[in-house]
Design a protein around this ligand. Structure first.
Ligand SMILES: C[S@@+](CC[C@H](N)C(=O)[O-])C[C@H]1O[C@@H](n2cnc3c(N)ncnc32)[C@H](O)[C@@H]1O
Length: 282
């Protein structure tokens, strides 16, 4: 691959998905795009890039999808889910007691383990949430990975990563070598394709946003832009959760980390104090 080819593909990926690919990551291009070349009957990745240069829109979409990293697992990193149960839910059940409505957004939902983990926590609350209307929206740039999320079918390996056995037995059914999540959980999530680089119109507002393990692929300006737009969809007392290797610190001041709960972010310093006051009064 020539430096000009590398530059072309890096720019295409950044423009279309935010993904930053540096020349040291050329191996990633080779490993992810060689199967694309094969499927299209093209000789190699250089030929894929040559075809992209002709403005092949369908190929560009395939290339963007192929370059996404869809790694996810149930209750990933545990803490963001413990915090959902122990900090966020108690605060929100109090704050939204009048409307009994809550909207949650998994902004990089991938194959669905994150929204399904949240949904299982909610289902475990049983009668306590019976008259609440809680919506979970799962979005991702990749239509292909969302098809997997919608199907809710996981391998033995996937259900062994982070999912407690009692939840596996309760909410999944074994089908051959695979495990299928039950229909009640499956239908509790609304999935839709959405690119975080696009305008955030038509999504509505969200009380809680999980935007985990996606900002790591973006540059600072893109991270800042996404977080600024996420903040615009959230009320003052909303909660944001990022991945273990991600932070708002040094990127934007629209969100602030909560002192008492690592990895949890609230809007601005004022909101931070309000949220802290609510939790300590709970
Ligand atoms: C590593 S997964 C994270 C999944 C889950 N949030 C977790 O933490 O386990 C990253 C996801 O971000 C998605 N993604 C990458 N760029 C995106 C963009 N510009 N807009 C929306 N989703 C994007 C990828 O398709 C991928 O499924």
């Amino acid at each position: 691959m020539t430096p000009a080819d590398m530059d072309f593909i890096a720019q295409l990926l950044k423009r279309r998905s935010g993904l930053i690919i540096t020349s040291e990551k050329q191996y990633l291009l080779e490993s992810r795009l060689t199967p694309v070349a094969r499927e299209r009957g093209l000789a190699d990745v250089t030929a894929v890039i040559a075809k992209l240069r002709t403005g092949d829109e369908a190929l560009a979409r395939t290339v963007v999808e192929a370059m996404t990293t869809n790694e996810s697992f149930f209750f990933r990193d545990k803490t963001p889910f413990d915090q959902f149960e122990k900090v966020i839910l108690p605060a929100m059940l109090k704050a939204r007691a009048a409307t009994k409505r809550l909207r949650i957004w998994c902004a990089a939902a991938s194959s669905g383990q994150e929204p399904y983990s949240l949904s299982m926590i909610l289902k475990e609350k049983g009668a306590q949430l019976a008259d609440w209307r809680i919506e979970i929206v799962g979005t991702d740039i990749s239509t292909e990975i969302l098809a997997r999320a919608t199907a809710g079918v996981y391998s033995q390996f996937e259900v062994q990563r982070g999912l407690p056995i009692q939840l596996l037995m309760k909410y999944f059914k074994k089908e051959g070598e695979q495990w299928r999540i039950n229909d009640e959980l499956r239908s509790s999530i609304q999935y839709r394709t959405f690119n975080l680089l696009d305008p955030f119109t038509g999504l509505g507002n969200f009380d809680i946003v999980y935007c985990r393990n996606v900002l790591i692929y973006f540059d600072e300006a893109t991270k800042r832009g996404v977080l600024t737009r996420v903040a615009q969809l959230m009320p003052a007392d909303g909660f944001l959760l990022l991945g273990a290797a991600e932070t708002v610190v040094g990127v934007t001041d629209v969100f602030a980390p909560m002192e008492s709960a690592r990895g949890l972010y609230v809007k601005s310093a004022t909101a931070k104090h309000e949220a802290m006051a609510k939790i300590s009064a709970a």
